[in-house]
Design a protein around this ligand. Structure first.
Ligand SMILES: [Zn+2]
Ligand SMILES: [Zn+2]
Length: 140
C-alpha cells in the first residue's frame, strides 16, 4: 500500500481500510493464517512526519517459547504512531504504509511469546509437555 504525499497534503487525512498479506509468510516468527485487516487513518504532521492511528487485526500462529507448541492468537493492535517521512519516500512522493504496519506489529509482540501466562512448559529431564501430561520426575 502506497499513499501519495501530494494527495495527503491536499486531503490532510486519509482513511485506509484494506487487507495486508505481508505476515502470511510462514517463515516469520509472527505469521498470520490469513491477511491482516488494517483500518488506519494517516495524517501529515508538519512536513516531515506522518501519524498513523487505528487498528491492525489478525490471527497469528505462534510458537510458545516455553512449551514449543503452536498456538493461535487473535490480536487487535491499537496503534497511534508518528513516523518520520523517509528520504526515499520524499523522493518518490509516496508513503510506504506496509513497512510501517510491519514495525507496529513487530513492536507489539513481546520478546517471549507464551501460549498462556501460566504455561507449565516442558520438563527439562524427560521432555514431556507439562500442560498435557504429568511427568514422573515431579512426583518423585
Ligand atoms: Zn506454552
Ligand atoms: Zn519429567
Amino acid at each position: 500500500m502506497k499513499i501519495s504525499i501530494d494527495r495527503l497534503k491536499i486531503e490532510r487525512k486519509i482513511e485506509l481500510e484494506y487487507q495486508d498479506s505481508q505476515f502470511q509468510d510462514k517463515g516469520l516468527r509472527e505469521h498470520t493464517l490469513g491477511p491482516l485487516n488494517i483500518k488506519v487513518n494517516i495524517t501529515l504532521v508538519g512536513n516531515e512526519n506522518v501519524r498513523l492511528v487505528g487498528e491492525i487485526e489478525g490471527e497469528f500462529e505462534l510458537v510458545c517459547d516455553r512449551c514449543c507448541e503452536n498456538f493461535l492468537q487473535h490480536k487487535i493492535i491499537k496503534v497511534d504512531t508518528i513516523f518520520e517521512i523517509e528520504k526515499n519516500e520524499l523522493e518518490n512522493r509516496v508513503i510506504y504504509i506496509d513497512s510501517k504496519i510491519k514495525d507496529m506489529v513487530l513492536t507489539d509482540f513481546p520478546m517471549k511469546t507464551l501460549c498462556s501466562d501460566n504455561c507449565k512448559g516442558i520438563c527439562l529431564k524427560c521432555g514431556v509437555n507439562l500442560n498435557k501430561e504429568k511427568c514422573k520426575c515431579i512426583d518423585k
